[in-house]
Design a protein around this ligand. Structure first.
Ligand code: ZN
Length: 340
């Protein structure tokens, strides 16, 4: 099998591994991550739970309005308090008191849980006796100084939308596809034939690509002046849509983020078929999303197959068919250091 190349993880990699690639039983981790990312860079090392309670509860309350299911447990006292607040039947002070008492129970311990003992930690838990505080680490401040907070926050939001949508709609009976006009991932509702937006597609894909072009690894960080603008690209060209590749051409399996140059610059891909090493790279990406319990794993398995071999065979068949129809093969003129 095509092997993933090991690279030294950065602080952003560690943050993403916490937010994007863990298993989720409730969305509290997202709310805590968001509240931390929003802290001003000059914040003191100590943050009390009283102080965290407001942004934390606010994020949960606003997501409850988007999707009522914010966890897999049948009931939660804390979520019930947030719902009551949303109905206007609880004051803000009461909500914050409930948040300090009930909201942080498991999430502070669970946030950093990983099999890697050397993994970076973004805070130390200093709760003991009457002390209810966290101590933010140097790594946290270095991360937030890198100007990464904004794009990490958008990725976190996209992941949260996918997770809560997966819970709410119990995928895989529904298929998430890309609406190229709206640049949204949308869910096709089979019963009504309607479509419903889930999240911004770029943010959802960027967690894996780490701000790099899928084809040439050039920096394409959204929202900064660095690098090229980001484009959502159909790996197998969209013009193959009427010919059928065995799965929807707009499915997440076939979408990557690309720099403008690779997509449609001089020497760009346009309607050519990506070369075999890029097909292998897509195969690795799709398998990675499945193995890392990405919310779209059910959709991917439904479309491509449950085993690595069957997904490989699927991509080989899609490549064969695309090659037969479009004939020309494309590879980027040069590649930066491999990033994933
Ligand atoms: Zn590129």
């Amino acid at each position: 099998m095509f092997r993933f190349t090991a690279v030294q993880p950065t602080l952003e990699d560690y943050w993403r591994s916490i937010i994007l690639f863990g298993k989720n039983s409730a969305s509290y981790k997202f709310a805590l991550g968001k509240a931390l990312l929003e802290l001003p860079p000059a914040h003191s090392e100590i943050i009390t739970l009283d102080e965290l309670a407001e942004p934390f509860a606010q994020h949960i309350c606003s997501h409850l309005k988007l999707a009522d299911k914010q966890g897999t447990a049948p009931s939660s006292q804390f979520l019930e308090a947030c719902r009551t607040f949303n109905r206007g039947e609880l004051t803000k002070e009461e909500l914050l008191a409930s948040t300090v008492r009930l909201g942080f129970g498991d999430v502070i311990d669970a946030f950093h849980v990983t099999g890697d003992p050397d993994a970076v930690r973004f805070y130390a838990d200093e709760r003991s006796g009457r002390k209810t505080q966290l101590r933010l680490t140097d790594e946290f401040f270095r991360l937030s100084k890198q100007n990464a907070a904004e794009s990490l926050s958008s990725e976190l939001e996209a992941r949260w939308r996918l997770v809560e949508t997966a819970w709410e709609l119990t995928l895989p009976q529904h298929v998430i596809e890309y609406d190229s006009e709206a640049e949204q991932l949308t869910v096709k509702l089979e019963d009504t034939h309607g479509r419903r937006p889930v999240t911004n597609c770029r943010d959802a894909l960027n967690g894996y690509q780490k701000g790099k072009c899928f084809y040439c690894f050039t920096a394409i960080v959204a929202g900064t002046s660095l690098g090229d603008p980001v484009e959502v690209d159909h790996f197998f060209p969209h013009r193959l849509k009427p010919h059928g590749l065995g799965a929807p051409i707009d499915g997440i399996w076939n979408l990557v983020l690309s720099c403008q140059q690779c997509n449609r610059g001089p020497g760009g891909k346009f309607d050519q078929v990506p070369g075999l090493r890029l097909v292998e790279r897509l195969h690795t990406r799709n398998s990675f999303l499945i193995e890392s319990h990405h919310p779209l794993r059910q959709t991917l398995m439904l479309q491509l197959g449950t085993s690595e071999t069957s997904r490989g065979q699927f991509l080989q068949a899609a490549y064969d068919r695309a090659k037969k129809l479009l004939v020309h093969e494309w590879l980027p003129a040069s590649e930066d250091d491999r990033a994933f």
